[in-house]
Design a protein around this ligand. Structure first.
Ligand SMILES: C[S@@+](CC[C@H](N)C(=O)[O-])C[C@H]1O[C@@H](n2cnc3c(N)ncnc32)[C@H](O)[C@@H]1O
Length: 224
């Protein structure tokens, strides 16, 4: 963060995301990028995320999901083999995670299949298909809102989110366009998640924090 000149605005915190070391209701947006499959207790994870989000705050999950239809024997075998090499994670169906998110209190859930939209995903799936020809996974995302006390979501955030969804959800290949424009594919992620300049964002399961660095550099410049 120091090297990137971001130590005043990006902080990395080590811990187990099932017990987030943060006060209640402080974040505007929580993003989870390809990490929920590691969760040993997604109910607890989503409750924790709900707790630290402010009312009207947004949850954005990008993840590999198991297809909804029943799996063939070959698909089940490929999934199990792949889960072993994926650090013992457990991939889940989108419907399972949206149900857990709803139970935690999230509303306005929107799901999208991102197949063919993210170039790095297309490449990854093409490489994996040689060893796992029946891998029943696809890249998707889930967006959700923590309701306010009155049960309403903030008009501003949902309007922004809808504009972004309308524009980006129907434009395959948009990531490459944005990459060309901004030099950062994580800006696409920020748009999908509805992050706005000034938002206080928690990147749950951030790894080395590259998404936070890219987003902070491109979206969160200090106003001069
Ligand atoms: C596939 S990596 C994704 C990293 C990052 N989100 C990205 O998109 O580059 C999965 C990450 O989840 C983190 N992770 C797994 N279980 C976790 C837990 N219980 N608490 C916090 N982080 C966890 C791992 O440390 C790893 O960095």
């Amino acid at each position: 963060m120091q090297q990137a000149g971001l130590s005043d605005r990006v902080r990395v915190q080590v811990g187990d995301y099932h017990q987030l070391p943060f006060a209640d209701q402080i974040f505007d947006v929580v993003i989870c990028i390809e990490t929920v499959f590691h969760s040993y207790n997604p109910q607890q994870l989503f409750q924790e995320i709900y707790r630290v989000l402010r009312p009207g705050g947004k949850l954005y999950i990008r993840e590999y999901f198991v297809i909804e239809s029943p799996l063939s024997e070959q698909q089940q075998q490929d999934l199990e083999k792949f889960q072993q090499i994926a650090a013992g994670g457990q991939f889940r169906r989108m419907s399972e995670l949206t149900e857990i998110a709803s139970t935690a209190g999230f509303q306005e859930l929107q799901t999208s299949n991102m197949t063919g939209i993210i170039p790095s995903d297309s490449l990854r799936m093409a490489i994996l298909s040689t060893e796992f020809p029946n891998l029943p996974l696809f890249l998707g995302d889930i967006k959700a809102i923590k309701p306010t006390a009155s049960g309403q979501t903030s008009a501003d955030s949902s309007q922004y989110q809808q504009t972004v969804a309308d524009y980006y959800d129907h434009k395959a290949g948009v990531e490459s366009e944005l990459t060309g424009l901004t030099g950062s594919s994580n800006l696409f992620l920020a748009y999908r998640a509805g992050i706005q300049p000034g938002d206080y964002v928690l990147d749950v399961g951030c790894g080395v924090g590259q998404a936070a660095v890219d987003i902070a550099q491109s979206l969160c410049r200090p106003s001069s």
